[in-house]
Design a protein around this ligand. Sequence first.
Ligand code: ATP
Ligand code: MG
Length: 565
Amino acid sequence: MTDVIQKPEAPLNFIRAIVEADIKAGKNGGRVQTRFPPEPNGYLHIGHAKSICLNFGIARDYNGVCSLRFDDTNPSKEEVEYVESIEEDARWLGADWGANRFFASDYFERIYACAERLIEMGKAYVDDQSAEQIRENRGTLTAPGVNSPWRERTPEENLDLFRRMRAGEFEEGSRVLRAKIDMAAANVVMRDPALYRIKKAHHHRTGDAWCIYPMYDFAHGYEDAIEGITHSICTLEFEDHRPLYDWFIENVSVPSRPRQFEFARLNLTYTVMSKRKLRMLVEEGFVSGWDDPRMPTISGLRRRGYTPESIRDFCDRIGVAKSNSMVDIAMLEHCIREDLNDSAPRVMGVLKPLKLVIDNYPEGRVEELEAEYNPENPGLGWRKLPFSRELYIEQEDFMENPPKKFFRLAPGQEVRLKNAYIIRCESVVKDEKSGAVLEVHCTYDPETKSGSAASSRKVKGTLHWVSAGHAMSAEVRLYDHLFLKENPDEEKDFKACVNPDSLTRLTSCMLERSLSEAAPGSRYQFLRNGFFCVDTVDSTKTKPVFNRIVSLKDTWAKIQKARQD
Ligand code: ATP
Ligand code: MG
């Protein structure tokens, strides 16, 4: 028995409380073993991250072991690509399973033997009813089910038929093996659930060795027991299945007695989380792939620029509860802002450039201004910013006829250029036909260089800018929610509310020179424009691509503050 519990790194929740109580009571000899059991039929999403943080976090904090187990019992939907991506994504999140990587398919022979034993004990039978008949005879929540006419077959006959099922003698759907429990059970799950079905499909690991496959419920508890899992943590929809889980553990001979605990799955606003739906988005071209930066997948969030730390922080903050709820996606965005606020260098990038000419600045002159990367984090150092007569500023930072309280640039108005000088707008050059402003002409005050005494002169606005002759051009991708509705799952057709404007590509952005060295995956704050990450798929030296991770406007922090006031 262990009576010293390490100080947990994550907040206490009801499952951790159970684990702590079990350790104190000496259950399982004080041993803690959990598992993360994905079905390899899609990429991991942020909901899986919640489960990973919970399972691996408990193992980490209570001297336990957490294994990665692929629940590959359904051959037609599973692929090697998914196995590989799941490992990559889980590892990236910080999960460490050591040598404990398992496949349900590794246990097929043992699970099969276990089914034969149930048959011999008279606790399982081969049913010849069609799937439809089985469904009809299952009864309802208020009416009991009807016994199958094949329920009283002898163990000998069942064994013979089951072996012939395995040998491939029967067609798919013609027979199933069922547990013999109780067709009148109040819990529908307990009404003689299926244990094995015929499926003549190629399996990504066992090939064509099998044409019958165990059902998830049957296989899962048995796998947990084989591996010595102590706390089998799953989501709430399995609550009704717990009596069945316990029935299997009691009725088959197993080396250990795991227990199942259920917690609420994560739902996030403006997105969907089911792998089936995410797969439809990929296959029907709504997104560019599982790693599209708009997807709630781990690979999508990674490509977008999210850090593993920010996702783990999010999982800590949402907590673990017993009832389902919806989490505001703004909270996830808050977590990455918190992470990058200090750690990301702050640079200047102009998304929609407007030419600005400083008429009294000597032609051909270039000053190299010193600029700190991040005042919150002096360790990030400094870079040199070239300043010259011709610059770019943001189109929206200039208005020819501004309303009151427009604190940016307008004719006759002064602004500060970040890290540089105070300038005043003197005139504009317009396109004769369209009237569009092509150039803004200004004068600068040489006395107001950043850092000088006169630079502290009060002006209303500070603008970001880049030197036209030194800037690098880049594509910037801005993202909005993938769905227009807060809860797309409530819609009749979730695909009908995909946001058609969830991606905006700005192809002629101008970024400061220092970014030409930015490696794929590196993250920055573009002053006033948000946090950005160099795209790891499409970005090249000659055509750099930056993804906007999030804007700077923290709606989550605002909501929290309003609640406190
Ligand atoms: P989906 O409906 O997205 O396919 P799933 O539950 O079928 O999800 P699995 O691959 O079986 O996906 O899940 C692996 C583990 O992750 C399970 O223990 C499951 O409970 C957990 N999990 C899946 N989705 C969520 C979620 N949204 N929140 C928390 N845990 C989740
Ligand atoms: Mg599943």
